[in-house]
Design a protein around this ligand. Structure first.
Ligand code: BES
Ligand code: ZN
Length: 631
């Protein structure tokens, strides 16, 4: 390793980290005096990390990793820069399935000496604590290690699984607690680190990270993220990638065969950034680029700073699914700038983001578009609330003993957004926008708990308008299951019309061909399909012959249609069902399809036969999820 340049990079980063911590105000968890019962829970302890940052805290990490597609691993070193409270405690890092070769410490980043370490027993959810005995004056700890081919945060794709079919592909997905499967780190959203990385890849491939690109030559790529971020936002992708510029700050990376389609689909990105800036203050990350991944990406999108990762299934050909970019971009404020301190506070990330997403959609595509999206989201939430455990209907969710990925229901997203919408309605849009802008400034580059957020809300909004504040049952919103009776409910005229059409078709009063669908948006199609009662096979056949739904190129509509096809045993859709499940690994789509199949004996056979072929193509996170459904 090149020690000199590494040291220079680290020194720069250390300065940035020190600066950001000196800017930290008095809002650190634990400082909050309880104002009323809504702010009682000041506990910022993260049950999903072994780290003890209050004793020894990571400030930055410098990676030097070689990407091997043959071995399907990352191998090299991580240098963790630390700050010690007393100089007497071990440094504890999170790991999962890492093999550790050597650990050394250094007071200055120049001379390293070997230290003792132990890797604890593996917890099925958390992985293994790595406990490192460090001398009192240690500032840098260098760990030489390799990731496992089964690393839960990485997916290694064969060329056949890519658009180009010629080169392999690698991408990471760290949220919620998968950073530890490829970096030994304090893997808690409450521990922010700056990072640098030197990534060595096969010559013909391109490496990208959620960081500033500092240079590349002969397959060696350098990156730096000087602003401290939580480890779940460190991200890496390697593949045969090309770039297309959208605006001065924005662009799209994708494989060549889909690049121009992607660039057209997301041509509003530059405008989107400007729109959010007007509402909530400056975009603080420099560039905002989008990376289109192969279809096995297990999510719709992931808000990695400077570089959102996205599924290709949002390329609908008509920009109708671009709301996903509004969502991931919104995280540049809610999530990346102001971060949930623990996974119990996940709604601070996703609820705020879903609210802002809808505001962006309204600003760019109009009020009716925003309302349609709200109506569809609300139906999903209402349906899920009838099935979910009470404890999982609570915004400040208790995840002790559970995988935080289990908290990913509509509750943090849609219930969280509804709370913000109620505040907007009660206090007025201007007032609430101003409040949110100040919230993002006040807590910028910090990780906060729900209690800290509530404390600020009380002081900066509720106490100023006590009469209005009584209209918001804040304790019920945050700590109780279900939805408050006063939760706002959106109505969309366009969807009302569609609902009448659906009713008329279901009752046999009109034929499919007679329905005026020419100008329907994705949302209208989804409303139409979702409100239909269970249909008979010949009714599905009629819809299919009128609207060619089995052949639709819109993944959201296809997913809804395929669910209906399974329910009604509409066989002409089965070949498309199989090809969709073999190609696409986005959990939001494939989980409901496998779940629906498993409801009948014949469906179970079909599900098992498809999954036998598909499993190896899915991401480790999706494999775990579908294993639970199919086995
Ligand atoms: N941060 C999430 C994705 C995530 C959440 C990954 C929890 C792992 C654990 C991302 O911002 C997100 O919410 N994506 C959504 C799309 C969005 C439009 C609702 C998705 O992937 O479906
Ligand atoms: Zn999100």
């Amino acid at each position: 390793m090149d020690h000199m340049s590494r040291r220079a990079a680290l020194t720069a980063i250390a300065a940035a980290a020190a600066f950001s911590s000196s800017c930290r105000s008095s809002t650190k968890a634990g400082d909050n005096k309880t104002k009323n019962d809504t702010t009682m829970t000041t506990d910022a302890h993260d049950v999903h990390s072994f780290a003890q940052p209050e004793k020894v805290r990571a400030r930055s990490v410098a990676l030097d990793l070689t990407v091997s597609f043959e071995k399907q691993n990352l191998a090299g070193a991580a240098i963790i820069e630390i700050e010690q409270a007393k100089g007497a405690d071990p440094l504890i890092l999170d790991t999962r399935d890492l093999s550790i070769d050597k650990i050394e410490s250094s007071p200055d980043g120049a001379a390293y000496t070997d230290v003792k370490w132990t890797l604890g027993q593996k917890d099925p959810i958390l992985g293994s604590p790595l406990s490192i005995q460090i001398p009192p004056l240690t500032r840098f700890v260098r760990i030489q290690y390799q990731s496992s081919p089964q690393a839960s945060g990485l997916q290694w794709l064969k060329p056949e699984q890519t658009a180009g079919k010629r080169s392999p592909f690698l991408f990471s997905q760290n949220e919620s607690i998968h950073a530890r499967s490829w970096i030994p780190i304090q893997d808690s959203p409450g521990v922010r680190v700056a990072y640098t990385a030197r990534i060595r890849v096969p010559n013909e491939l391109v490496a990208l990270m959620s960081a500033e690109h500092k240079g590349a030559s002969n397959g060696v790529y350098d990156f730096a993220m000087e602003t401290p971020i939580p480890p779940y936002l460190i991200a890496l992708a390697v593949g045969d990638l090309k770039f297309s510029e959208i605006g001065p700050r924005t662009g799209v990376y994708a494989e060549a065969p889909i690049l121009s389609k992607a660039a057209w689909e997301f041509s509003d990105m530059e405008k989107m950034v400007a729109t959010v800036e007007k509402l909530y203050g400056p975009y603080r990350w420099g560039r905002y680029d989008l990376l289109i991944l192969p279809p096995s990406f297990p999510f719709g999108g992931m808000e990695n700073p400077r570089l959102t990762f996205a599924t290709p299934t949002v390329i609908a050909g008509d920009k109708s699914l671009a709301g996903l970019v509004s969502h991931e971009l919104a995280h540049s404020w809610s999530g990346n700038l102001v971060t949930n301190a623990t996974w119990s506070d996940f709604w601070l990330n996703e609820g705020f983001t879903s609210y802002i997403e809808n505001r962006i959609q309204e600003a760019l595509y109009g009020r009716e578009q925003a309302l349609m999206e709200q109506v569809l989201d609300r139906r999903k939430l209402d349906k899920e609330l009838t099935e979910l455990d009470k404890r999982d209907q609570i915004l400040h969710i208790d995840l002790k003993g559970r995988d935080p990925d289990e908290g990913g229901t509509n509750v943090p997203y849609v219930k969280g957004a509804l709370l913000l919408r109620q505040m907007e309605e009660v206090f007025g849009r201007d007032r609430f926008d101003d409040y949110l802008k100040r919230y993002f400034d006040h807590f910028s580059f910090q990780s906060i708990t729900t209690a800290t957020m509530l404390d600020y809300l009380q002081r900066e909004l509720f106490d100023k308008e006590p009469a209005l504040a009584t209209k918001i049952p804040i304790h019920e919103w945050i700590y109780e299951p279900g939805l408050p009776a006063s939760a706002p409910r959106a109505v969309s005229e366009r969807l009302e019309t569609v609902r009448k059409d659906a009713k008329a078709f279901a009752s046999g009063a009109v034929h499919a061909k007679a329905i005026q669908t020419k100008n329907w948006s994705t949302q209208e199609w989804l409303e139409f399909l979702e409100v239909l009662p269970p249909l008979k096979t010949d009714q599905l056949a009629e819809l299919d012959s009128a609207f060619h739904l089995t052949q639709t190129g819109n993944s959201e509509i296809l997913d809804q249609w395929l669910q209906m096809a399974i329910k009604a045993d509409y066989r002409p859709a089965y070949p498309r069902l199989e090809s969709f499940l073999l190609e696409v690994g986005r959990q939001k789509f494939i989980k409901p399809l496998y779940t629906e199949l498993m409801k009948t004996l014949e469906g179970q056979k079909r599900a098992r036969a498809i999954y036998a072929k598909a499993r190896a193509r899915y991401h480790p996170i999706a494999q775990t999820a579908i294993d639970k459904i199919v086995k």
